[in-house]
Design a protein around this ligand. Structure first.
Ligand code: FAD
Length: 306
């Protein structure tokens, strides 16, 4: 019986693992791929404190992993498939077996929806990005395309005006889904050109993005814009399969918690991008991982009684 099972080995899970192991809890982390999460897809991180020159995504999470393991965190390469409750005991069923614990932290993150067009996978991290806050500063005085029409796409397009010379906001409909206020702001931005009724069909380039081919959905006309970056904001999917029938989720499927990272089920906590929240960054994920570990400690103390 573990004190804690952490599902997911991204920044949130690794930080929870560090705090809980250092507090001498008996902790198992389950990670279906390699520990590191989305940061493994991040070439260079410039906004994580402590690294004034920036740090490669791989090195940053490798250091987080080493620090957690130093304090005794056990990491198993297993995918959690199901979570069951029997009294206060949580049983996590995986692709390799099952494990019991007194508490669980869900730190499974979220997956950015892909467009699925030619060139997207090849150029991911080489001009194709799913995070303007992260990658925007790399596109100073360059031309970029932003794909999407919701709040995130519009907010990120506006954010990119700080760096990029010209921004094409590519939207498949003839009006934006974003809130009125954001619509007014985006229309007023001189650097942003809206391309209505348009979808991307190919991202061109070999070692970096060189352009984007677009199709007008009403006329079928194909055009090309020479851009050096393509930012894709067509939604995120929270990785909640393991517990979605057990805990309360918001309308978009993200896990609802309070400020102490407690979910609707006693003894189950959540941290990082899987949570229902506004900001999804490494710094926010690690803060929540630490908070979740503290809450686990408090919960375990309450099980022991006075
Ligand atoms: C391309 C890109 C660039 C980014 N750049 C930056 C940046 O420069 N700065 C910044 O602050 N943020 C950046 N971000 C955002 C940042 O990476 C995320 O906010 C952060 O990684 C979230 O951490 P997390 O631990 O919550 O989730 P994740 O990083 O998503 O990790 C979740 C982990 O859980 C695992 N998992 C999921 N389900 C299961 C299961 N059932 N069983 C076992 N394991 C499971 C996954 O394999 C994954 O490893 C970037 C994101 C992307 C996509």
């Amino acid at each position: 019986m573990y004190d804690l099972i952490i599902i997911g080995g991204g920044p949130a899970g690794l930080t929870a693992g560090l705090y809980a192991s250092r507090a001498r809890l008996n902790v198992l982390m389950l990670e279906r791929l390699a520990p590191g999460g989305q940061v493994l897809n991040t070439d260079w991180v410039e906004n994580y404190p402590g690294f004034p020159e920036g740090i490669s995504g791989f090195e940053l999470v490798d250091r987080m992993k080493a620090q957690s393991e130093k304090f005794g965190l056990q990491i198993a390469n297993e995918e959690a498939l199901d979570l069951e409750l029997a009294g206060a005991t949580k049983t996590v069923k995986t692709n390799k077996g099952e494990h019991e614990a007194k508490t669980v932290i869900l730190a499974c993150g979220a997956t950015w929806k892909k467009l699925g067009v030619e060139g997207e996978a090849l150029l991911a991290g080489k001009g194709v990005s799913y995070c303007a806050t992260c990658d925007g500063p790399f596109y100073r005085d360059q031309d970029v395309a932003v794909i999407g029409g919701g709040d995130t796409a519009v907010e990120e397009a506006i954010f990119l005006t700080r760096f990029a010379k010209k921004i094409y906001l590519v939207h498949r409909r003839d009006q934006l889904r974003a809130t009125k206020l954001l619509q007014e702001r985006v229309m007023a931005e001189e650097k942003i050109t809206l391309l209505w009724d348009t979808i991307p069909v190919r991202i061109a380039g070999r070692n970096g993005v060189e352009g984007i081919e677009l199709r007008h959905v009403k006329t079928g006309e194909i055009t090309r814009k020479d851009v050096q970056g393509v930012f894709i904001f067509v939604g995120t999917i929270p990785n909640t399969d393991v517990a979605k029938n057990l805990i309360k989720l918001d309308a978009n499927g993200f896990v609802l918690t309070n400020d102490d990272m407690e979910t609707s089920v006693s003894g189950i906590f959540a941290a990082g991008d899987i949570r229902s929240k506004r900001f999804r960054q490494i710094a926010t994920a690690v803060g929540e991982g630490a908070a979740a570990a503290f809450s686990v400690e408090k919960y375990l103390e309450s099980l022991e009684g006075p």
